[in-house]
Design a protein around this ligand. Sequence first.
Ligand code: HPA
Length: 281
Amino acid sequence: MQNPENVQNVASVITSALSGMSGQTERTPRPRVGVVCGTGLGGLADALSAPVALPYGRIPGFPQSTVASHEGRFLFGRIGTVDVVLQQGRCHLYEGYAPEDVCMGVRVMAELGVEMLVITNAAGALNPRWDAGDLMLITDHVNFTGRSPLTGPNHDAWGPRFPDMSAPYDATLGRIAMDEAARLGVRLERGVYVGVPGPQMETPAETRMYRQLGADAVGMSTVLEVIAARHMGLRVLGISCLTNKNLPDCMKEAPLEEVIRVAGEAGEKLTRLVAAVVERV
Ligand code: HPA
């Protein structure tokens, strides 16, 4: 389990840095919504007004992602009238990070007062009806990482020892996302995400197994962050950008460049969708 003091220290470093910078804006941002931007989905930054950036390198004690495609900063700003914080760049288990490092960003955002988390990722489509470039509303997940950010002593001020996971993804936020996607003409499928440790991609036998377990998409992030967020009582909206088809009987390589390219293209739809949802909450 994370040492809560480390999270609180990072949150207070961020609060002081922001109040120091608030000369640049009319007031210190107080985010209500936190957004985790997955691979290639950093374009959400363009949807922010009055942005203030805080690179992770300026936050002592905050883990730095080693993934080249990840930006590595918090970005505070507004979408419509709603104060938001974007986490651009996240840590993964496959980088060698512990679950508490992977979840630090979410916990820090919760300490900063965020009540709702929008979590995005790039994922492979296991559902054969879907195409690369489609978006998927995450309705549920399978944590196949074998890890939990809640292992160890529980921090009762954050949440209960055995948090409920019967509805990890908020149904109301999901309905708003489906409505807004229809209004914007964006194809948004609904499905189950399986989170795996990576970094190797799946074998045909593994993709067949994940499909048989009930998953529609597979990726290397999100599930631990959602557990940490639900533990702290945040409402969660999860959206995957399906960057490649991952089908056991016609496996194709999905090189990182391709994943980033498709996520970048679909990121434009995702940006419009997330902005529309945030404006309605
Ligand atoms: N598998 C695992 N992670 C991924 C994939 C995939 O096919 N695509 C993007 N992230």
